[in-house]
Each structure stands twice: as C-alpha cells, then as structure tokens.
Design a protein around this ligand. Structure first.
Ligand code: GAR
Length: 201
C-alpha cells in the first residue's frame, strides 16, 4: 500500500506536527511526512522535524516581497515533494490563490475553535474571554479544507466540541484544546488515508 505523502506547514511550536510525527512513527498513521516547512526561522517545530529525521525547510517572506510571489515560490517548493496533502498545523499566514490554485482540495487547516467562530489569531484566548462574558458555554476545534483565502473557513472534515469549565484558567482550557487538536488532526488524516486506500483498491 502506498503511504500518503504529507507536507506540514508550521509557524511555531509544532505540537500538532509532533502528534503527526508520533502517529507516523508508531505505525498508527500510514503516512510519510516528506518535509516540514516553516515561515519562521526559529520555529521549534523545525527542531521536532529534524529529530524525527524529516527535512526541515525555512521559507521566509522577505519584507518587500509581494505575498503572491512568496506564495508562488512556496507552491513550487511544496510541489517538488509531490504531496497528497498539505497540512497547515499552526501555519499563521493566509495563503493566497497563487498557492492554493496548485492544490485544489489538497490543503487542510486546523483551527482551535468551532466552525464560524473566532477566525484568525488567538482564537483560544478570545473563546475563553467570550465564555467569561457569558457569551458561549463551550468551544472546540475543527479541521477543514482550504479552497480559498477565507480565513479559517472551508468544507469541514471534522470538528469536536471542547468544554470550558468554571474553574478553568486560559492555560487549562488551552491545554484541553491542544489535546483535542492532537487527537482530531491525526484521526482526520487516518480517515483520509483510509479513503485513499479505498480509491486505490
Ligand atoms: C494550534 O492551536 C492551531 O490550531 C492554531 O495554532 C496552534 C499551533 O500550535 N492555528 C490557528 O490558530 C490557525 N488560525 P502548534 O504549533 O503547537 O501545533
């Protein structure tokens, strides 16, 4: 059986990347992480990739570079690895169509909130604040396809609710969110792998 080829794009810590690497390593996820690409030089996720023996590539956008030019170069780089899926795991840049047009229905984003809520940065903190103000009673995480430049929106692949407790701090809530993300992202990728296998059968 051919293993599904993944490219993981990150900007920071890479705990979700780690969940993928661990699942690949244990044989739980029939996939190969072909490369990890970061738009930030110091992203800790790069170190995680190296430790797992996966190519860790830095692709920084220069100050005056047009974002569409950057995205076109990024697409070139990604294409060389012939990925089945491109996983945005804490990738904190909005990808333009200069990138996305090359990978229709192939880009997956993870977001630490439920569909239609708290798009963009600091979603966990904003959800927690909304809870404290009595506006929401729970939040969650989602995994979706990225068809266009709409931020943290697109056809849903999976979602899971995460409770917020009265005695939570933003840190305890964030920990629960991340734990949920690590599980949901790997589960979603496993489903995609199973689907790919069905199609190849
Ligand atoms: C994750 O919570 C991910 O959902 C979020 O960044 C974090 C990265 O953590 N992404 C977004 O907010 C996208 N809008 P990690 O680097 O430890 O995987």
């Amino acid at each position: 059986m051919r293993k599904m080829r993944l490219i993981v794009l990150i900007s920071g810590n890479g705990s979700n990347l780690q969940a993928i690497l661990d699942a690949v390593q244990s044989g739980d996820l029939p996939a190969e992480v072909c490369a990890v690409i970061s738009n930030k030089k110091g992203a800790y996720g790069l170190e995680r990739a190296r430790k797992a023996g996966v190519p860790a590539v830095v692709k920084v956008k220069w100050k005056d570079q047009d974002r569409r030019d950057y995205d076109a170069e990024l697409a070139e780089l990604v294409r060389e690895y012939r990925p089945d899926w491109i996983v945005l795991a804490g990738w904190m840049r909005i990808l333009s169509m200069s990138f996305l047009k090359h990978f229709p229905d192939r880009v997956i984003n993870l977001h630490p909130a439920l569909p239609g809520t708290f798009p963009g940065v600091n979603a966990v903190q904003r959800a927690f604040q909304a809870f404290q103000q009595g506006e929401i009673s729970q939040s969650g995480v989602m995994v979706h396809l990225v068809p266009d430049e709409d931020v943290d929106a697109g056809p849903l692949l999976a979602q899971r609710e995460v409770e917020i407790h009265k005695d939570d701090t933003v840190e305890t809530f964030e920990k629960r969110i991340h734990n949920c993300e690590h599980i949901l992202l790997v589960e979603t990728l496993k489903n995609l792998a199973a689907h790919m296998e069905d199609q190849n059968a």
